[in-house]
Design a protein. Structure first.
Length: 561
């Protein structure tokens, strides 16, 4: 529900905050007092188009902030959550803000976070509807009629099944179109496709092959240099080993002299340690020569010669240029080409399988769609009867209303089924039924909408409805009937009504009076919540005019019960 609205520098309102309540809210006031400003302000808050003409004269910017309670509005909560605007600390309160500037631009906010006008409008659409004489978009726009009927019929689950079945059928239809187009194209290229597959299969190119061949080629180009280096290393190590062998032999020949030397140097065993080191060097030199031999052996000719490696690189790089495809992508390109060829060679089998799927998916769609259509026809009659009953209660008993359901041609079948739904009416019993917009006046349209909303009150609806000038062209018993139905509807929804009719105003749960106040050359629009006594005076004014008599007060009290 709408908790409050703050308006600043909009038309004649300098600054105003209105606290709202549930039930039926009446807005009344003399003609020109500024009742429409409240509706314009609400329209701004819920994302309708803005205009600099709404800005108070001399103001650089205007502001509208509307606070809503969305505790039970799951649709709104879902939109906010999907877009990151749901307040985790307080999921019940929602603030919509619109700032209007004198250059005609505006800024939008959800919970004080900047947002787009489109998202603000989406959120606003699931919060409230404003129905003026020419704003009954759901009633006037035939594209809404099917939605309204499906809500009344509670077709949500079945409608989802129809949509899924249609998507399955449509997907197969697209595949058939694609395979036929591909077959015609590939038939012309069949010989070329066969040639490509043969070439690439024969080449047997592997992922990573270019890198492997490049490394092998570089190795081969440097093979001779590496071989010469190993030979030189081997010669040097061998020469060094021979010298250490000579030193070892020298120590052995002079073993006795060495023992005497050890005695002279206090038995520190230096020569024994020297002999051990020479032995270690001899062993290490043998290990070094073994490693050099391994390197030399690795340089032996592999499976391919340098010439063969270069020829292979030239071949695979040529295919890459030819097919404008990276070498590592050529195996995938081959598989894709095989698939194209398969479409040509196995077209009849593939087409046969798809045709079977088309028959199956179309049958499934039509079964669900006809089931949906049957329910629509059944509930279309019920909705027609309910609306006509409400219209009779609203003193429009001679008005005819019918939900027309017509089957579409197959090419126009859609995710919403096989039907088109239109609301038609005639203002007299013997008149021809036609679109409501063509036969109904402004006041009749509002009563049509009221009758429809009462009939749909048990199904999903936005939680706030605002009726502007629903009382146009009516009075007396008709106005009283409208008031009764508005009161009934307000038991389930928050209803706000702009009215001049005392019979409607008398049904209010709370009453807002709109008036102008002049201070010199400055005019302000003010809105006040009326207590019981002032409500009686306001209803009396609506009954008798500016001169309020005791009789008018008594009549007002009687109307208000």
């Amino acid at each position: 529900m709408l908790n409050s609205i703050l308006i600043q520098n909009i038309v004649l309102i300098e600054k105003l905050k209105i606290e709202m309540d549930s039930g039926l809210c009446i807005l009344s006031g003399e003609t020109g007092s500024g009742k429409s400003i409240l509706l314009d302000s609400l329209n701004l808050a819920i994302g309708q188009r803005a205009s600099s003409r709404l800005l108070r004269q001399g103001a650089a910017q205007g502001l509208v902030v509307a606070e809503f309670n969305i505790k039970n509005n799951l649709t709104c909560q879902k939109i906010l959550e999907e877009n990151g605007f749901l307040n985790e600390e307080n999921k019940e309160s929602l603030f919509l803000k619109r700032v209007l500037y004198d250059n005609g631009t505006s800024k939008c906010f959800i919970n004080d976070i900047p947002t787009s006008l489109n998202l603000l409008s989406q959120v606003g659409d699931c919060l409230l509807e404003i129905h003026g004489q020419h704003e009954q978009k759901g009633l006037l726009n035939p594209s809404y009629h099917k939605i309204i009927l499906d809500e009344f019929s509670k077709n949500e689950l079945l409608l989802e099944q129809v949509k899924k079945a249609f998507d399955n059928w449509n997907s197969i239809e697209k595949k058939i179109i694609e395979i036929n187009a591909a077959k015609e194209q590939n038939e012309r290229e069949k010989d070329y496709l066969i040639h490509v597959v043969k070439e690439l299969e024969l080449a047997n190119i592997e992922i990573g092959e270019e890198e492997k061949l490049t490394k092998e080629r570089n190795f081969m180009l440097n093979q001779e240099k590496i071989f010469n280096l190993t030979q030189e290393l081997n010669a040097e190590i061998s020469d060094a080993a021979n010298k250490f062998n000579s030193a070892q032999k020298l120590l052995i020949r002079n073993q006795n002299l060495g023992q005497n030397l050890e005695n002279l140097i206090s038995g520190e065993n230096k020569l024994e340690k020297l002999s051990e080191i020479i032995d270690q060097i001899s062993v290490k030199s043998d290990e070094a020569r073994d490693i050099i031999d391994e390197i030399s052996n690795s340089l032996e000719q592999g499976d391919m010669s340098l010439e063969e490696v270069e020829e292979r690189l030239f071949l695979i790089r040529g295919f890459s240029r030819k097919f404008n495809t990276a070498i590592d992508n050529l195996p995938e390109f081959l598989e894709e080409t095989k698939e194209k060829l398969k479409i040509v060679e196995n077209f009849e089998e593939m087409a046969g399988n798809l045709e079977e799927q088309r028959i199956t998916t179309k049958k499934s769609y039509l079964e669900k769609a006809h089931e949906l259509s049957k329910i629509r026809h059944e509930y279309g009659i019920k909705l027609s009867q309910s609306v006509k009953k409400e219209l009779a209660y609203l003193k429009m008993e001679n008005v005819q209303f019918e939900v027309k359901i017509t089957e579409l041609s197959e090419e126009n079948y859609s995710r919403e089924g096989i039907d088109t739904v239109r609301f038609s009416a005639a203002t007299n019993k013997n008149s021809i039924l036609d679109d409501i917009s063509k036969i109904a006046s402004g006041g009749e349209l509002s009563r049509f909408m009221l009758a429809l909303k009462v009939s749909l009150s048990e199904v999903k609806s936005v939680p706030i409805l605002i009726f502007d000038e629903i009382d146009t062209g009516i009075g007396g018993a008709v106005a009283a009937a409208v008031g009764e139905r508005l009161k009934l509807l307000s038991k389930k929804l928050q209803i706000m009504v702009v009215t001049h009719q005392p019979q409607i105003a008398a049904k209010a749960d709370y009453h807002l009076q709109v008036r102008k106040e002049n201070h010199g050359e400055v005019t302000n629009t003010l809105v006040e919540v009326l207590d019981q006594n002032r409500r009686e005076i306001e209803v009396a004014r609506m009954l008798s005019g500016d001169k309020i008599s005791d009789e008018a007060i008594a009549a007002a009290k009687k109307l208000m019960g």
